[in-house]
Design a protein around this ligand. Structure first.
Ligand code: CU
Length: 384
């Protein structure tokens, strides 16, 4: 029975090793396919060797433990009989715990360059300050609680205190703790309700501010964007109208819908400084409309109308200067694993001046073909 478990363990670990190698090879193949136009990079043998070494190390440690266990069980000889196991455990805890804490602290700074750049939307700055406020509490707490944990392990091993002491309810202490904890929690909750309402419904246009309404519809695996025409209003739609060329189910009997624009391009354009309201829906499964640079995120739910609003602060050009990255682009990502080609649901977001936006919009194709033209096209194709 023990041998069986032993074998299962080995088979499992070998499986893990092969799984890892397989996943690496697959990722590498995808990468190579993407770089097909460029010269092919040589296979990373050193990287693979390191991974094999890692897994072998884990395997050796695991098998050593098992070896000692079996040795004790079948021969009665325990090579570690003289060890004080509690002491070893206490020390291991301190070393591994401290290493973990240091690793976490080091990672915070090591990967700081991967944080999002400054918020590119007006409300995003409030979200960032709320986040920093919460981190200001939780980060020191994270460190303190761990230091306390290590101290307790060391202290109780050394027998400073052997049993817990029963204490009568201490009203004063409890009241103080309650108040001390409620104040930051209330601040975070109140501030949070205000801040999180901003991208949903909490922003009104200022007197001289332009407003733009667009519709973004998710489907496996792309986003379709509809812009209002000259009237600035999006027309009605109904899901039963979806079919053929009418991919969004737009109701063209509605005059407001007849000038709507449906660009074929995989890009979203929005004007800087305007209050942009995005109406979001989904044609199939749950997707998620995520604009990380604008701190904007909402689910695209089938059968439900969602909306989100934001004011873009910087044009793409300005953001390129601010981030010092001439290739910077705002990005729309689907933030919900929605199926096999989920990664495809990535779109460039272009923020430009009002004039550039209008100029771009005027070059885009309207969604609606007037009935007269439809008949004309039909007769034309019939005569051919
Ligand atoms: Cu999706």
């Amino acid at each position: 029975m023990a041998l069986m478990r032993y074998l299962v363990g080995i088979v499992g670990l070998v499986g893990l090793l092969w799984g890892q190698i397989g996943a690496d090879a697959k990722a590498r193949a995808v990468e190579l396919a993407l770089q097909a136009s460029q010269s092919t990079a040589p296979f990373d043998w050193t990287g693979l060797l390191w991974k094999v070494l890692w897994i072998e190390t884990i395997l050796i440690v695991f098998l050593s433990f098992r070896f000692v266990q079996l040795l004790v069980r079948y021969t009665g000889y325990d090579p570690f009989a003289s060890w004080n196991r509690d002491k070893v455990n206490m020390r291991l805890w301190l070393v591994i715990g401290a290493a973990g804490l240091l690793l976490a602290l080091w990672g915070t700074f090591k990967y700081a360059h991967l944080y999002l750049p400054e918020s590119a939307s007006v409300h995003g700055a409030y979200i960032d300050s709320l986040r920093n406020f919460i981190l200001g509490f939780t980060y020191p707490a994270f460190i303190l609680v761990h230091l306390l944990l290590f101290y307790m392990i060391w202290r109780y091993y050394n027998g400073r205190s052997t049993a817990a002491v029963y204490q009568e309810t201490h009203h004063g202490l409890e009241r103080t703790a309650l108040i001390a904890i409620s104040i930051p929690v209330l601040i975070i909750a109140g501030w949070g309700i205000y801040v999180w309402s901003l991208p949903v419904h909490g922003q009104k246009p200022t007197a001289d501010q332009r407003t733009v309404e667009i519709e973004v519809v998710a489907e496996q695996f792309q986003w379709r964007v509809r812009y209002p025409g000259a009237d600035g209003k999006l027309g009605r739609y109904h899901y039963t109208l979806i079919g053929g060329e009418n991919v969004l189910g737009i109701d063209f009997t509605d005059p407001k819908a007849q000038d709507d624009i449906l660009p074929a391009l995989k890009e979203i354009h929005v004007p800087v400084g305007s209050l942009v309201t995005v109406h979001i829906r989904s044609k199939d499964v749950l997707h998620s409309f995520y604009l990380p640079h604008f701190r904007t995120h909402v689910y695209a739910v089938p059968g439900q109308k969602n909306q989100v609003m934001f004011v873009p602060k910087y044009t793409t050009q300005e953001m390129r200067r601010r981030t010092g990255n001439p290739e910077f682009d705002y990005e729309l990502a689907c933030n919900q694993l929605c199926g096999g080609a989920h990664y495809n649901m990535r779109m460039r977001v272009v923020v430009e001046t009002w004039e550039e936006y209008q100029k771009w919009l005027s070059t885009q194709k309207p969604a609606y073909t007037p009935p007269a033209q439809v008949t004309e096209q039909k007769t034309h194709s019939q005569t051919l």
